[in-house]
Design a protein around this ligand. Structure first.
Ligand code: HEM
Length: 252
């Protein structure tokens, strides 16, 4: 039984399945994270209350975090294993370098994957551990119910007001898009969806999904740098000038 399981986990088909399942798990996380992040457009109360509601989950949040970590570990492990096997299968290399049917996305999977991995490490140091731009990390926000919580809204807005960070996020999200473009189509093929009837749809699925996800993620830094998303002081200032406008109109 043990040897059967060991052989099963070492088979290339099983490794491809682990890669596809963990990849889809990461995509699930990306969608959930994006939904939460878009609450930035609802203002500080919405995103900060959401952050607090996640923390209120207590041990369940740690279980979810453990699950995400497991997906990342399984995905990276399977990429290393498949990479090793592919190299071993063609030690001499191809005489003609240009692969047939390959796209720029499929050819840069290792590079885009490594970039996303490095980005996640940087991103955790930035927003989860507050080691990057620490001056914006320990800000507090009082929710409408009176609870004092972490000010995620200001941390993100102040952070992206620095064009260097915005540019870095734009570059990393673009490479995430490269990775997703090939990954989703490839995962569907691993699960046997390679019927010629759907091949056109499958070829378009990855790139279309990647464009939507990347555009939605980038809407946040781009909205900060263009002044659509403002920090609290600016919001209060705008509200006061509006009130001034109303008072002026009433006096006339
Ligand atoms: C503009 C894009 C993004 C923004 C504004 C953003 C924002 C944030 C914030 C504010 C947190 C900390 C939440 C908290 O502790 O209260 C966070 C955590 C995290 N982000 Fe992002 N994120 C972005 C993109 C991404 C992407 C593309 C990935 C994955 C490839 C990602 C992966 C993570 C992970 C793994 C965590 C830790 C989750 C946890 O500890 O529960 N983020 N993000």
């Amino acid at each position: 039984m043990v040897t059967f399981l060991a052989r099963l986990f070492r088979s290339s088909v099983m490794i491809k399945i682990i890669m596809a399942v963990s990849g889809l798990g990461i995509i699930g996380f990306l969608l959930a994270h994006l939904t939460g992040n878009l609450l930035m457009f609802g203002g500080p109360e919405k995103i900060n209350a959401y952050g607090q509601s996640l923390r209120d989950l207590g041990p369940v949040l740690w279980l979810l975090r453990g699950g995400i970590l497991l997906f990342f570990i399984a995905h990276i492990w399977s990429a290393i294993m498949l990479g090793k096997r592919n190299r071993a299968a063609r030690p001499i290399g191809y005489a003609m370098k240009k692969p047939i049917k390959a796209t720029v996305f499929s050819r840069t999977m290792m590079l885009s994957g490594l970039t996303v991995f490095a980005f996640v490490a940087f991103h955790l140091a930035h927003y989860t551990f507050g080691k990057i731009q620490p001056e914006f990390f320990n800000r507090e926000y009082t929710l409408h119910d009176g609870r004092v919580t972490h000010n995620v809204y200001e941390m993100v807005v102040y952070g992206f007001e620095n064009p260097a960070y915005t540019l870095l996020y734009v570059l990393c999200m673009t490479l995430l898009g490269f990775h997703l473009s090939h990954a989703l189509t490839s995962a569907m093929q691993t699960f046997g969806l390679n019927n010629p009837k759907y091949s056109k749809f499958l070829r378009r699925l990855g790139p279309s999904f990647a464009v939507i996800i990347v555009a939605a993620y980038l809407s946040i830094p781009v909205s900060v740098i263009t002044g659509i998303l403002k920090h609290k002081a600016d919001i209060e200032h705008t509200a006061l000038s509006n009130e001034g406008g109303i008072i002026k109109e009433m006096k006339q």
